[in-house]
Write a protein that binds this ligand. Structure first.
Ligand SMILES: Nc1nc2c(ncn2[C@@H]2O[C@H](COP(=O)(O)OP(=O)(O)OP(=O)(O)O)[C@@H](O)[C@H]2O)c(=O)[nH]1
Ligand SMILES: [Mg+2]
Length: 346
């Protein structure tokens, strides 16, 4: 005859089991992966955001990253000088007569050498190419072209290794999907980057499930530029339409959104030279940075149908690591509070 189990002890035991189960579930909820999906038109700054996350939380760039950017930076120098030379003809801004032979010769170059680098430097110092670059909303050349052309001596050197800043400034359009995963304070994060050009957008849908936050990136400086893919379409207009169709899509109707109003540095530089209302005639205010920022923000937010969902806005320069650190810190706070709420601690 064994001892009869004490009812009180049994009750205590099952209570403890329940508490343990609850703690386990709460821990699991806390440790659930946060998936951030970066969307936005081409060249808005999505990959630059993910590069910053790599610097901040994922050990930065390795040798194979540096090798990839080494080739891209040098190849871009040739492409960009050629583009500027062509634009100087199209826009009727002639280069100095003594540079004409060199310009014709340069158009034949395909491979970067130290000598090609020196020739690029001579052409870039021609005032005509600088004036042409100032008019770059009339044709296509990336915004960081001047950064690399100003550094052509360093880039041409035998011992050139791309620095963090070079990698942040180098543009390689994204094709397909790239993601990084990392842990911060025991929470696993995954950031997914896709290509933003029109031909890439049909691949987006495959990334739509399980998204915790949509990060939609907008290039503020694009208000007076046309799409690379369609020179008749204003870039900011395209970005607004894309955001509205994405945010109102059934997959994301209740997903919280982060709007990154990016390239704020270029936007501020440009505004004094390029009047905003010429490109957005429905803007009736003055050509003032803060007022226009508010106007653009409202144009993005107002047409969003589900007013319950949260939209957090940040104005950033994505090449500045501190700006992206601030965005990520605020995201961490939101996630932490959400999880405390979900587990009933608040
Ligand atoms: N000055 C400045 N340049 C920026 C900023 N954000 C990104 N860039 C530059 O803009 C270019 C395009 O940035 P990406 O991050 O490649 O753009 P993307 O959205 O990934 O483009 P796709 O891959 O084509 O969709 C790069 O040369 C960046 O260095 C910014 O805030 N300020
Ligand atoms: Mg990209």
């Amino acid at each position: 005859m064994g001892n009869k189990p004490n009812k009180k002890v049994l009750n205590e035991h099952s209570k403890n089991q329940k508490i343990e189960q609850q703690i386990k579930e709460e821990e699991e909820m806390f440790q659930k992966e946060v998936k951030l999906l970066l969307l936005g038109t081409g060249e808005s700054g999505k990959t630059t955001f993910i590069k910053q996350i790599q610097i901040l939380y994922n050990e930065g760039f390795n040798d194979s990253d540096r090798l990839l950017y080494f080739g891209a930076i040098r190849a871009n120098i040739i492409v960009h000088i050629k583009t500027l030379l062509k634009a100087s003809k199209d826009l009727g801004i002639p280069i100095k007569p003594e540079n004409e032979v060199l310009a014709t010769e340069f158009l034949e170059f395909d491979e970067f050498t130290k000598e090609v680098g020196q020739k690029a430097k001579i052409l870039w110092s021609d005032p005509a190419l600088k004036s042409v670059y100032e008019l770059r909303n009339e044709f296509y050349v990336p915004d960081t072209t001047d950064y690399f052309l100003d550094n052509v001596d360093r880039v041409s050197a035998d011992d050139f290794v791309p620095k963090e800043r070079d990698i942040l400034n180098c543009r390689i359009p994204t094709t397909g999907v790239k993601s990084i995963s990392f842990m911060v304070n025991q929470i696993p994060w995954k950031v997914v980057d896709v290509g933003g050009q029109r031909s890439e957008r049909r691949k987006w849908i495959h990334q739509f499930s399980g998204v915790s936050f949509l990060i939609f990136v907008i290039a503020m400086s694009e208000y007076d530029q046309q799409l690379f893919e369609d020179r008749t379409k204003n870039r900011m207009q395209e970005s607004m339409e894309l955001f509205h169709s994405t945010a109102n899509n059934k997959f994301f109707r209740s997903t919280h959104c982060i709007l990154l109003f990016n390239k704020i540095d270029l936007f501020q530089q440009k505004l004094s030279k390029s009047e905003f209302s010429l490109h957005f005639p429905d803007y009736s205010g003055v050509n003032n940075v803060e007022e226009i920022m508010e106007f653009i923000k409202n144009k993005f937010i107002q047409p969003v149908e589900n007013k319950e969902r949260k939209i957090y806005c940040h104005f950033t320069c994505a090449t500045n690591t501190q700006d992206i650190q601030k965005v990520f810190n605020s995201l961490q706070t939101i996630v932490f509070e959400q999880r405390m709420n979900d587990t009933g601690v608040f």
